[in-house]
Design a protein around this ligand. Structure first.
Ligand code: SF4
Length: 140
């Protein structure tokens, strides 16, 4: 498990080193899934990292927001509870103020690495964040 988490985190580190300007201002607009109509899709490795980040806050049960926002978005301050562990999609998202979506060709090698980890974990490709993280939290 530790090696898996490290492999996924190394993808995130390599993404941050890409010479593509990103300027996430933590506006959290992209965390409003229902409003935007877009939900990040997570591979199993990403889900395990997100679940690990969630557990490290001392929480055990994933909230089910009634407004269709991300379960990791804290309603009291609109901050991401797992920002350092947020999935790939949250780092390459469609937020225009942050620079718009990254082009797939610029990160395809990183996507392939996440897909490879997913396969090694018996996954069948990405799933919507709430379902993917629920699976990861079930892994103990
Ligand atoms: S994981 Fe964090 S950054 Fe990603 S959608 Fe949820 S609250 Fe937003």
């Amino acid at each position: 498990m530790k090696a898996t988490l490290a492999s996924v985190r190394s993808v995130y580190t390599d993404l941050a080193r890409r010479p593509v300007r990103r300027d996430c201002l933590r506006r959290t607009e992209c965390c409003q899934f229902k409003r935007t109509g877009k939900t990040p899709q997570l591979t199993r490795g990403e889900a395990l990292v997100a679940a690990h980040g969630f557990r490290s806050t001392g929480r055990k049960h994933l909230p089910e927001p009634q407004d269709g926002s991300c379960p990791f978005l804290l309603p009291q301050n609109q901050k991401c509870l797992i920002y350092e562990s947020r999935p790939f999609g949250c780092r390459t998202h469609f937020c225009q103020p942050a620079g718009g979506p990254l082009e797939r060709k610029d990160v395809l090698d990183l996507i392939r690495r996440l897909e490879q980890i997913d396969t090694e974990l018996g996954g069948d490709g990405p799933h919507a964040l709430p379902q993917a993280v629920a699976w990861a939290l079930d892994q103990g």
